[in-house]
Structures are given as C-alpha cells and as structure tokens.
Design a protein around this ligand. Structure first.
Ligand code: NAI
Length: 290
C-alpha cells in the first residue's frame, strides 16, 4: 500500500469536490494535510471558512491530521499564508496539489476582460504562487511533489471556456517547466486533466455519470503522482471514470525545404499535418529542423 506517513501535503480548494477527496485519501494514508479553501461560490465570488474547516474536522474525526486554511491562492499573501500554515502546524511541505478553481463561462465574443483575468488568476497565478511559496522548502529538503489540475477543456478546447481553456493549458507549460527545473532537487511536477461529478460539473454532465465519475477515481491518480515512488515528471494525464491515460504534446515529422514559400507550404500541407513519427522534446524539435 502506498502510504504518506511523515509527509505534509497542501491541497488547495479542498473544501469541496476533487480537492476534498484528495485530502481525505492522503490523510487516510498517513499524510498531514493543510486543507485550503477560500469557500466562495463556483464563480469565485464570496468567501467562507466553513468548507475548509468541515473537511479538516472530518479528517481529524477519522483519526488523521489536518488543519484548515481559508486563504486565497490567487494572491502572494494568501499563497504564503497557506505554506506558512503547513510550516506552523507540521514543520514542512512535501506535497502541493494545486486544485482550487473557478468558472466564468461565456462565449468568446461576449467574454469580458474581468472574466478572463479572474479565471487565470485562480488557476494559473494561484498554482504558480502556492508552488513557488513552497519551492524553497522543497529545494532545501531535496524533495517535493506537485500536481497541477488542468482539464480536458484546456487540452482539447471547449465552447464557452476561452478563459478556462487558456488557464488549463497554461498549467501544462508551468508543469513541464517546473518538472525540468525541479529535477536536480528531487522535485517532480505533473498535471492531471480530470473528469468528475462535482458542483462544477453536476449541471453539465448526464445524471448517470454521477456513480461512475466519482472524485475518488481521480484522487487515486493524484495519490500515486505525489508518492515518493513515482518517477514521472512533466507529464499530463487524463483521469476519470476509472481510466488513466498519458496526454502528450508531440511534434510530427513535418515537411521542410530551403525554399519555403507560402505556396510550397500549401502544396505540401498533407506532409505538414502528418502525425508520426513524432518528437516529444524541445531539443528533438530543434534537431529535426537542422
Ligand atoms: P469545486 O468547485 O467543487 O472545487 C473547487 C474548490 O476550489 C472550491 O471548493 C472553491 O471554494 C475552491 N477555490 C476557488 N477559488 C479559490 C481560491 N482563490 N483560493 C482557494 N480556494 C479556491 O470543483 P471541482 O470539480 O472539485 O474542481 C477542482 C479542480 O478540478 C478545479 O481546478 C477544476 O477546474 C478542475 N477540473 C474539474 C473537472 C471536473 O470534472 N470536476 C474537470 C476538469 C478540471
């Protein structure tokens, strides 16, 4: 059994849904957990200490160790306070699961800059800020595990979610670079793109999905990714309904010419669009252009 005894985990947005499920699972397996949640509505408005406190209480009642925190991941002060809560209660941070999220769906033409910025602030800035606040501690310890929460809507696009898709694909870049930079200090970062029945999706998914797409079926992957035995880093996985799959950004073999003109590209479009054999790294991409 993969256990987390003596590990300290911060789970953001853990007052509801997926984060709650991640927190309960890690705590059940021995982790000391900071249950962070701002406690607002789905669109990010409002705040309450209730949801975080409720989950932390449940963990304690079940015999685990947890503290509640209701700071905002999207501000530097909030992110530092979340990490400080872990240090104050448990002395360190081994694991950060960036899960907090909001929705402000609107079709592209109607989206306001406020709606765009608010969504990027929680998902992208929040994940960056909380991870960065924990980073010096992880570096000093030579150990860390980070999971960022992307979305199939970001990886593949989704109507009405230009802000959310931008944020969720942004997290893929953040994850890949943190994976590269963290390598020499034992810090691994991966991203998940989940599907689960939560308050965020209950109005969107068919009713029969509730029993199959449980948050617990996502938390199983999160727990594996943040375990010390997991070697993966810089990877992205879809997870939902019991299925886990690697998602990768790849570059096809393409077509090249020393005399590249718009017409030549048009004439060779089929070759440009070919998918295999593909390369997976920036270095191999560069090499293939030589
Ligand atoms: P949820 O709404 O139940 O949970 C999100 C939590 O984040 C809420 O408890 C909320 O209070 C908290 N939160 C929001 N802004 C915050 C802030 N600034 N600081 C601290 N906490 C904040 O929704 P769900 O479904 O559990 O979502 C969890 C994550 O999974 C989100 O990042 C979401 O975008 C992502 N996701 C969920 C999918 C699903 O199928 N449920 C699909 C793809 C991604």
């Amino acid at each position: 059994m993969l256990r987390f005894d003596d590990r300290v985990a911060i789970i953001t947005g853990a007052g509801h849904g997926l984060g709650r499920s991640h927190a309960l699972l890690l705590a059940e397996r021995g982790a000391k957990v900071v249950v962070n949640d701002l406690g607002g509505a789905l669109d990010g408005t409002g705040a309450s200490t209730g949801p975080a406190a409720e989950v932390a209480d449940l963990i304690t009642k079940n015999g685990g160790q947890a503290v509640a925190n209701a700071d905002d991941v999207a501000t530097p002060e909030g992110a530092h306070a979340i990490v400080q809560a872990a240090v104050d209660a448990f002395g360190k941070v081994d694991i950060v699961v960036n899960n907090a999220g909001i929705l402000r769906d609107k079709s592209f033409g109607k989206m306001t800059v406020e709606e765009f910025d608010a969504v990027l602030a929680v998902h992208v800035r929040g994940s960056y800020l909380v991870s960065q606040a924990a980073y010096p501690l992880m570096k000093a310890a030579g150990y860390g595990r980070v999971v960022n929460t992307s979305s199939p809507a970001g990886l593949f696009g989704n109507f009405g979610q230009a802000n959310y898709s931008t944020a969720k694909m942004g997290l893929v870049g953040l994850t890949k670079t943190l994976g590269i930079e963290g390598a020499r200090n034992g810090i691994k970062a991966n991203a998940i793109a989940p599907v689960a029945w939560t308050r965020m999706t209950e109005a969107l998914l068919p009713a029969e999905f509730e029993a199959k797409f449980t948050p617990e079926r996502v938390s199983a992957l999160v727990a594996y990714l943040v375990h010390e035995s997991c070697e993966a880093t810089g990877e992205v996985f879809t997870v939902g309904g019991g299925k886990v799959a690697r998602v990768f950004v790849a570059e096809g073999p393409g077509w090249k010419s020393d005399d590249l003109t718009p017409e030549a590209i048009a004439d060779n479009w089929g070759a440009v669009m070919t998918e295999q054999p593909y390369v997976l790294t920036a270095a191999d991409s560069m090499k293939s252009m030589l």
